[in-house]
Design a protein around this ligand. Structure first.
Ligand code: THU
Length: 160
């Protein structure tokens, strides 16, 4: 038996002012997208925004359904929009923000497993790492260099 260490680095920022201007703008877009969340069942709002390699940005929010499994996560909605509007264009960065209930959220929340798997597919499709920025309304901001940091032991098309 031997142990294999898998490590990940999360960059933690205490203020958006520590980020690059384009990253601050991306967070702002994700926050604005969160206002378009349709989440009457969970009351949990998620907003996401992507910066693509061609300089364009797109954003999306979670869209719920009375039949709960039909709910669409913000990240999945965003990725579908990216490949529908800009097919073949890689994604450089994605900002994700959340707010549960009516109180401002003060910590970053990580995407669910399905979103991580979908993000991984897009990272591999694009052939370049997608930086992931996670934030609440305030508090610390996390930045990961790759989707693989969210899904260290992953399954992908390369395994088929
Ligand atoms: N949700 C997302 O949009 N992204 C995630 O990564 C986790 C969960 C949404 C789905 C649902 O509308 C609400 O958050 C509560 O699960």
């Amino acid at each position: 038996m031997r142990e294999k260490q898998i490590s990940l680095t999360v960059k933690v920022y205490d203020s958006p002012d520590e980020l690059r201007a384009d990253e601050k703008e991306l967070i702002e877009e994700a926050r604005q997208a969160m206002d378009k969340s349709y989440s009457p069942y969970s009351n949990f709002r998620v907003g996401s925004a992507a910066l693509l390699a061609n300089g364009a940005t797109l954003s999306a929010a979670n869209q719920e359904n009375a039949s709960y499994p039909v709910c669409v996560c913000a990240e999945v909605a965003l990725l579908s929009a990216c490949s529908s509007v800009y097919p073949g264009v890689a994604i450089s960065k994605i900002a994700i923000t959340t707010r549960g209930g009516s109180q401002p959220s003060d910590s970053p929340k990580a995407p669910c497993g399905q979103c991580r798997q979908t993000l991984l597919e897009f990272e591999n499709r694009g052939g370049k790492n997608i930086e992931i920025i996670l934030t609440g309304d305030k508090g610390a901001i996390y930045k990961l260099a790759s989707v693989k940091d969210l899904l260290p032991l992953h399954f992908s098309g390369a395994d088929l």
